[in-house]
Ligand binder design. Structure first.
Ligand SMILES: NC(=O)c1ccc[n+]([C@@H]2O[C@H](COP(=O)([O-])OP(=O)(O)OC[C@H]3O[C@@H](n4cnc5c(N)ncnc54)[C@H](O)[C@@H]3O)[C@@H](O)[C@H]2O)c1
Length: 373
């Protein structure tokens, strides 16, 4: 008997697929909804290869409320949702803002409406550290605690703040309305998880980030420089007030991040807290040059880079104060940025075509041997 059944939107994407895997490994049943806009259904096969269990998969759009209704109707055991499905390119969000608001905010509203019709009352939401914007505008806000005032500096970040607000208003209204009507209300709960910089891949080397277009995150781009698919990395801004002039981020291994979702979901189910926001980060900041150095070390040679102008909307330092998640959720990062570099390189080196190729036989053999242990 499953611990619970979770609908994972965006579950064939990078973080969603790792979270679906972790849920299955911990006794949950998983139903994925994804429109494959930025992912491949091969992720479902890889999840099964690693853990021996297969999530149910529906190709559907989160903005399509009727399609979501049909998924909930067919799977009445679903009791919680982890909501990843979104557009996430910061630069693009400034070019096509209506599309970002339609998919990210509109999709979240359709999901909440459908959940409510089907009495599904727990939601864990993928928010982002970008909701804080430039935390150096306040004294003593680095590392960033959840109490730091929000102030996103780009459209993508503004969609995340809006969704956090919509979820908060809806969950609070459900609790208040039920309370007034003398009905149980504590079942309505939400976790707003503000991720810092997710990175890395599965240690087996057969599952990792496989975006459909050009990646824009630092480590996947470095991966492409290492395989020769790109000539060099562009470093945006070397005049920040950091030790080497480049921007500081808090890199969190995707396996740790996935585990954080499980901890948050358990907290909602056990403690029924209403709406809570938690930072998911390591608390350790690394500059862009430090990441280039760490990844170059794993690859075994210096990777070329070129300095470019700062990007609009970028901020100096996004490093998490993770104490609240550490204490309340009993969750803490176990892996380092260096571990993430190693795992990423194992994935990229062995699967230069991502999910458009079969994984190397020796990695599959090693996985089989590990599973037989
Ligand atoms: N990767 C990061 O750096 C990062 C940081 C903070 C927050 N997040 C958030 O985490 C979530 C997952 O990010 P990711 O890095 O795994 O990205 P991703 O693009 O790999 O995953 C998102 C998934 O959502 C799907 N999707 C997009 N639009 C959809 C729609 N209309 N209907 C159904 N599915 C749709 C995509 O196909 C993809 O599989 C996103 O909400 C993102 O904003 C990511």
């Amino acid at each position: 008997m499953a611990v619970g059944t979770v609908l994972v939107t965006g579950g064939t994407g990078y973080i969603g697929s790792f979270t679906a895997l972790t849920l299955l490994e911990h006794g949950y049943d998983v139903v994925i909804v994804d429109n494959l806009y930025n992912s491949s259904r091969v992720a479902v096969d890889r999840i099964e290869l690693i853990c021996g269990k297969r999530p149910l998969f529906y190709e559907a759009d989160v903005t399509d409320e009727a399609a979501l209704d049909a998924v909930f109707a067919k799977n009445p055991a679903i009791d919680s949702v982890i909501h990843f499905a979104a557009l996430k390119a910061v630069g693009e969000s400034g070019e096509i803002p209506l599309e970002y608001y339609r998919v990210n905010v509109g999709g979240s509203i359709a999901l909440l409406r459908s959940m409510t019709k089907h009495n599904v009352t727990n939601i864990v939401f993928s928010s982002s550290a970008t909701v804080y914007g430039d935390a150096t505008r306040f004294p003593n806000m680095i590392p960033i605690p959840e109490t730091c005032p929000l102030g996103p500096t780009n459209t993508y970040g503004r969609t995340k703040v809006m969704i956090e607000t919509v979820i908060t208003d809806h969950i609070e209204a459900q609790r208040n309305n039920n309370k007034k009507a003398g009905q149980p209300y504590e079942q309505w709960n939400a976790a707003l998880l503000r991720y810092f910089n997710p990175c890395g891949a599965h240690p087996s080397g057969i599952m990792g980030e496989d975006p459909q277009g050009v990646p824009y995150n630092l480590l996947p781009l470095l991966g492409k420089v290492a395989t020769g698919e790109r000539d060099k990395l562009l470093v945006f801004g070397t005049d920040y007030a950091s030790k080497d002039g480049t921007a500081i981020r808090d890199y969190i291994h995707v396996c740790d991040l996935a585990a954080g979702h499980l901890s948050a979901l358990s907290y909602l189910r056990d403690k029924k807290p209403g709406v809570r926001a938690w930072n998911l980060g390591s608390g350790r900041g690394s500059t862009v040059l430090e990441i280039i150095q760490a990844f170059s070390k794993v690859v075994g040679r210096d990777l070329p880079y070129e300095v470019a102008e700062r990007r609009q909307g970028d901020v100096l330092d996004l490093t998490a104060h993770p104490a609240l998640a550490n204490e309340e959720l009993g969750w803490k990062t176990q892996l380092t940025m260096e571990d993430a570099c190693k795992d990423l390189w194992r994935w990229v080196e062995n699967n230069p075509k991502g999910y458009r190729q079969d994984p190397p036989a020796e990695l599959l053999e090693a996985l089989k041997a590990k599973r037989a242990e």
